[in-house]
Write a protein that binds this ligand. Structure first.
Ligand code: ATP
Ligand code: MG
Length: 418
């Protein structure tokens, strides 16, 4: 039997890769404009990194991690997200020593053992960005504006930005108490996960996708009514900056996120088009994380977007790259001329294809069509000896005579509308 890929692990085929490049290149462009630099960290980390940062009572750590014991009896985990590894590297290499403000971005595969479905896979890809060292809400606003700019640049007006504040170690415990006393009455209606997490992580209940839990928590107290003075001011300033930049957003006080390290601002880019895979990008502030991982007390904020989900939203656009010219040949004798012309054109950056196998003219033209070449040219004995040929614009059959030289073909491609 032929071998297949592991369930939930996808091949990104050439028909898809144009779309992926567009997303990746747009992210690089927008992030680098904002002063972010790329960091590349390993896909494997010590398991402890994730249990200490993401939190033991989270879906990711409880159920979704690819954790193995290696040959040296060490527990290692395929990274389920990017922030923990980036912050581990930030601490390990003392990137803060020169300047605690670092603006970093990353892209690459992440791994979670989830039930595969549209927009949810076991290997998926994130593009993420982090700013460390800034407590001021300016960092929150810049990150949110940058995320908004990314979606604008790729041409999507959907998804929309939702923001919330989860408070800080000062005020969140108080909110937890009030939420717990509300939930106590509803215990019977909650799912097993929520009941089990009632003590350690009651906020998760607000975000639980089980319909009974959503119903039970409809009238739950809002975290925004329990913020301390500092968190309240911070959130108000984030909102003021967003208003100053005319960045559209709405407030969703039930958004809690599935990772424990978040403090204050949290946010999601939400789509209506992917069912329950509605979060296309998500993130927040993590002022305690770096210290929690053994580094200095440096705050941070960041986000990650799911590349597959962004790609699913872009499906009605064509990103296939097309040859400028297809060179067909009549016979064996012209193949040297055609090959030399192709070689010269490629060297000057013109994308050319030619027949590889001495096929019939008809089948060569079929291939030119299939490749969606902008132009085709047939080189026979006459063309080879005169150095001139008729170039056919494939879209409408319009023909122009031109010399078989790089310069003439460049002019043809530039002056005729493609
Ligand atoms: P969800 O609520 O859909 O499970 P999440 O809260 O687990 O998302 P994060 O951990 O915040 O997501 O990850 C950030 C982004 O990564 C998500 O917004 C989503 O676009 C993407 N993502 C997360 N898990 C997966 C997955 N299993 N497959 C594909 N993309 C994913
Ligand atoms: Mg999840």
């Amino acid at each position: 039997m032929a071998l297949t890929a592991v369930k939930g692990f996808n091949d990104i085929l050439p028909v898809e890769s144009g779309r992926w490049h567009f997303i990746e290149q747009t992210a690089r462009k927008v992030f680098e404009l904002n002063g972010f630099e790329e960091i590349r960290v390993p896909v494997l980390e010590k398991t402890e990194l994730f249990s200490r940062s993401i939190g033991d009572a989270t879906d990711i750590v409880e159920k979704e991690m690819y954790t193995f014991t290696d040959k040296g009896e060490n527990s290692i985990t395929l990274r389920p997200e990017g922030t923990a590894g980036v912050m581990r590297a930030f601490i390990e290499h003392k990137l803060y020593a020169q300047d605690p403000i670092a603006k970093l971005y990353y892209m690459g595969p992440m791994f979670r053992y989830e039930r595969p479905q549209k927009g949810r896979y076991r290997q998926f890809h994130q593009i993420g960005a982090e700013i460390t060292g800034v407590t001021d809400p300016l960092a929150d606003a810049q990150v949110l504006n940058m995320l908004t700019a990314f979606f604008r640049e790729i041409g999507l007006t959907e998804p929309t930005l939702q923001i919330n504040s989860l408070g800080c170690p000062e005020c969140r415990p108080e909110y937890r108490v009030s939420l717990r006393s509300f939930l106590e009455e509803k215990m019977g209606q909650l799912c097993d996960d929520c009941r089990r997490r009632f003590a350690a992580n009651p906020l998760r209940t607000l975000d639980c996708k089980v319909p009974g839990c959503a119903e039970a928590t409809a009238g739950a107290p809002s975290v925004l009514d329990h913020l301390c003075g500092g968190c309240n001011d911070h959130f108000a300033t984030v909102r003021r900056y967003l208003d100053l930049s005319a960045t559209p957003y709405s407030i969703n006080s039930r958004m809690v996120r599935g990772l424990d390290y978040y403090t204050r601002t949290t946010f999601e880019m939400v789509t209506m088009l992917l069912g329950s895979q509605s979060a296309v990008a998500a993130g927040g502030r993590y002022d305690g994380l770096i210290a929690q991982l053994g580094g200095p007390a440096i705050p941070g904020i960041g986000f990650a977007m799911g590349l597959e989900r962004v790609a699913l939203l872009l499906t009605n656009q064509d990103f296939a790259s097309r040859p400028d010219l297809f060179i067909a040949t009549m016979g064996e004798g012209e193949r040297d001329v055609a090959f030399s012309l192709m070689d010269a054109l490629l060297k000057s950056g013109i994308r050319v294809e030619m027949d590889y196998e001495g096929k019939s003219l008809k089948s060569q033209m079929r291939r030119a069509d299939k490749l969606k070449a902008y132009y085709s040219v047939v080189i026979g004995g006459n063309e080879a000896s005169s150095g001139k040929a008729a170039f056919k614009r494939m879209a409408d059959g319009f023909q122009t005579e031109a010399l078989l030289t790089v310069a003439a073909i460049q002019v043809l491609l530039n002056t005729t509308e493609q």
